[in-house]
Write a protein of this length. Structure first.
Length: 202
């Protein structure tokens, strides 16, 4: 008698429909809502609070992935991609709005565009994926608080003056850490590119 087939779970790395990925997608969907609040409704305060929530929940998808055992290859790519899109789109919007100091906004956007473009290009040339370092995550976390704080400081909120201090308090360390992380990624990317090419040839 042939034994009945045993159902096996899909290995987590290959799964797409996971709770962490759903959380990341929900954060991405907040981007058009943010743009609508900022430009269509001219509501800087609400847009700032929404962006603050998006930044504060940056750790949630990673935490859920680890504790629910739902770490996936898609999630490892989607999470940092979402962070980069939040920076580029929302940061660019705040810069256009005039709430973000020009030099600071250009420095943040330039770093994100250069690093993101380099990673895409190197991946096309065979670079294997490598994990984001803690210093990069710390810089991202700080900047995700600084951006909405700058926006709130330019609103009619009673917290505007206090938020100016918060914005610079998180912004400067976040910018320094993010650029330091970018520098440390250079040898890591070279090694990942070499190993990726070697793996393809073998």
């Amino acid at each position: 008698m042939t034994p009945a087939p045993v159902a096996t779970a899909v290995p987590a790395p290959t799964r797409v429909l996971t709770i962490p990925n759903a959380i990341t997608c929900a954060r991405l969907l907040c981007i058009p809502l943010f743009l609508w609040l900022l430009f269509a409704q001219d509501d800087r305060a609400s847009a700032a609070w929404l962006l603050g929530i998006v930044g504060a929940t940056d750790w949630v998808d990673g935490y859920a992935a680890r504790h629910l055992h739902q770490v996936s290859e898609l999630g490892k790519v989607l999470d940092p991609t979402a962070d980069r899109l939040v920076f580029i789109i929302c940061g660019g919007a705040i810069l256009i709005d005039g709430s973000l100091p020009t030099w600071f906004g250009v420095a943040v956007l330039a770093r994100e565009i250069v690093v993101g473009g380099a990673l895409v290009l190197l991946t096309l040339f065979g670079m294997r994926r490598f994990d984001v370092k803690w210093v990069g995550k710390a810089g991202t976390f700080a900047l995700m608080f600084a951006m909405p704080a700058f926006l709130l400081s330019a609103s009619d909120s009673p917290l505007a003056d206090f938020m100016t201090l918060v914005a610079w308090g998180f912004g400067i360390p976040g910018l320094v850490l993010s650029y330091y992380a970018a520098i440390t990624y250079v040898p890591e990317a070279r090694r990942a590119l070499r190993e990726g090419r070697e793996a393809r040839h073998t």
